[in-house]
Design a protein around this ligand. Sequence first.
Ligand code: NAG
Ligand code: NAG
Ligand code: NAG
Length: 377
Amino acid sequence: MQLLSLVLALAFFLLFAQESLAFIECSVLDYGGVADNSTDLGPALLSAWKNCVIPKATSTATDTLLYVPSGNYLLKSNVLFDDAVNFNLHITGNIYLPFDSSLSGTMIEFENCDNIVLNGPGAIYGNGYRYRPGGNLSLYPNRPRLIRFQNCNNCEITQVTLYDAPMFHVTVIGNNNEVHDMSIHATHIGETDGFDMSGNNNYVHDVSVENGDECVTVKTPTNGFVAERITCKWTAGCNIGSFGDDNTAVDVQNVYYSDVTLSNSDAGVMIKSYPDNVGTVKNITYTGFTLTTVAYPIDIDAFWMGNGEDTGKLSITDVSFSGFTGTGTSTRPAVKLHCNSATPCKDIKFSGISITGTAANTYTNACGSGLSGLSSC
Ligand SMILES: *[C@@H]1O[C@H](CO)[C@@H](O)[C@H](O)[C@H]1NC(C)=O
Ligand SMILES: *[C@@H]1O[C@H](CO)[C@@H](O)[C@H](O)[C@H]1NC(C)=O
Ligand SMILES: *[C@@H]1O[C@H](CO)[C@@H](O)[C@H](O)[C@H]1NC(C)=O
């Protein structure tokens, strides 16, 4: 009798131990997904999430995989993981978007989420060029964005490769999120943002972006952001902003970019605002930039868009640029500071700026140190 209960206890222990050590795979193939590049993957993703992932999830995201095995899949509908927690969307296959003029919004969105891993080694192909025939961005203005983490904390995005989204590629809004070791490849055209980040203590590293718009960019509000080892090709740069017309609550602080390589870009780093913006941008550090043919390598522009009224109340202070080397373009200055007379930029610090082949620097309503002609504060 005692032996029997011991054996039973042991059997239970082994079963439990095995269960807790092995991860659980919720494959879309068991929930209506077909790797035929024609069946819509959207309902299968949601069904596998609801019926398999949610009941089995533990507090470790990688214990429970929402699994897209290798093969080709068509994603024809928007997928929203609302109030999603504690799982790993693991994409091994290739996901394609169709051309469908009625598609809008975001194709894969996590909302109010926590502790999610989105990883590869698979890829998502946006077929964005079909939504911009002849490069016309206004033909399908509601064309879909690719991936969005909206109000999400403690998430990780890695290893998945993204191609040519109809609109922006990755938007992350929330705290303590990490994006790393992945790449984006898109056409050299606008409205193809790579990574748009906002929130507190987000971290982007070891990524590369080829597109025609934002590379790794900070939006408001942000308090604490680090970007390291970033490569940007044909982009509009690693920027802060824009903050949108009439945004009177701009708050971006404690931002750090290091080890960034940019080529054939419209900008290197730009703080881009409207003259009617109100708020604070402070304690921003850019260090270790290597540039090849970059227009506006360093640019703070209070008049990026909007009317020219010089009464702006956006305070931009304590911004430092160090170790910028490489080439600009002959018609643009290496450094352009264009701030408001009502609220000048203060404590703009430069060191080790060596950008060749540019027009002369211009400083308007800005003070700081480290460049000749820039008045001290
Ligand atoms: C899958 O379908 C998409 C959309 O029609 C198409 O662009 C893509 O080339 C297809 N992929 C394969 C491997 O056939
Ligand atoms: C782009 O598409 C819009 C909307 O159909 C049209 O009004 C405009 O003329 C097009 N532009 C070009 C350059 O073809
Ligand atoms: C400025 O930002 C950096 C991150 O780039 C942070 O480590 C530092 O503490 C901040 N300084 C202040 C005074 O907040």
